[in-house]
Design a protein around this ligand. Sequence first.
Ligand SMILES: Nc1ncnc2c1ncn2[C@@H]1O[C@H](COP(=O)(O)OP(=O)(O)OP(=O)(O)O)[C@@H](O)[C@H]1O
Length: 233
Amino acid sequence: MNNQLIIDCRGVAKTYDEGAGELTVFHDIDLQLHAGETLAIIGSSGAGKTTLLNMLGGLDKPSRGEVWVAGENLHAMREKPRSRFRNKTLGFVYQFHHLLPEFSALENVAMPCLLGGMSVSEATQRARALLTQVGLAPRLKHKPGELSGGERQRVAIARALVNQPRCVLMDEPTGNLDEQTADQVQALIQELTEELQTAFVVVTHDHRLARRMQRVSRLDHGRLVFDAVAGEA
Ligand SMILES: Nc1ncnc2c1ncn2[C@@H]1O[C@H](COP(=O)(O)OP(=O)(O)OP(=O)(O)O)[C@@H](O)[C@H]1O
């Protein structure tokens, strides 16, 4: 692991205005993640895991505090540069994967590279290699509607990794995968942390996956109260 700070979350709070009152999802979250580190965020339903992940990815603004990603103050950036920065630096895997229905698996995965200005042949080559790594070599030409839920999830994972981001944010990446495919995803995470020093933040209810991350933090009553090494989740 090198020592570069990839995520530096300082005193982050999120409050929703509920009309009659306020809902504070969390307060004073401090979180640091270095290159090559993997972190699982666990916690009960409604604890605020997805909300926190959205702050780290610049998709939702904190009510207080700052989120620095790879040396940039994410929420101080204007929308366009932030969106370019996100495409280059972060990869996202959501529960709802938002694949483009009219494009094939291969095209969906190549898309972030093409948007970043890479040649079609290089983007296609990278996309093919990643789809092969997640076991989808026989499905390259299939459109999302012709794939199973787990296959679509794997396409989304390949798409999140194709630009070789510094950090990947995953929301329930193994939610609809069988054990064997979940293991493939976990192996891919490990490979990328070792080879490319990619950092991963994984929100999950899957304790098997959480245990395999280097750190596990629990979001509980608005605080990250538990930060253990892997194996204690
Ligand atoms: N846009 C919003 N407006 C108001 N409240 C919201 C909004 N989005 C989320 N919440 C509330 O914030 C809390 C945290 O939601 P969040 O989705 O982050 O939880 P979670 O830990 O990811 O849950 P789960 O494990 O069920 O996915 C919940 O009580 C939710 O109802």
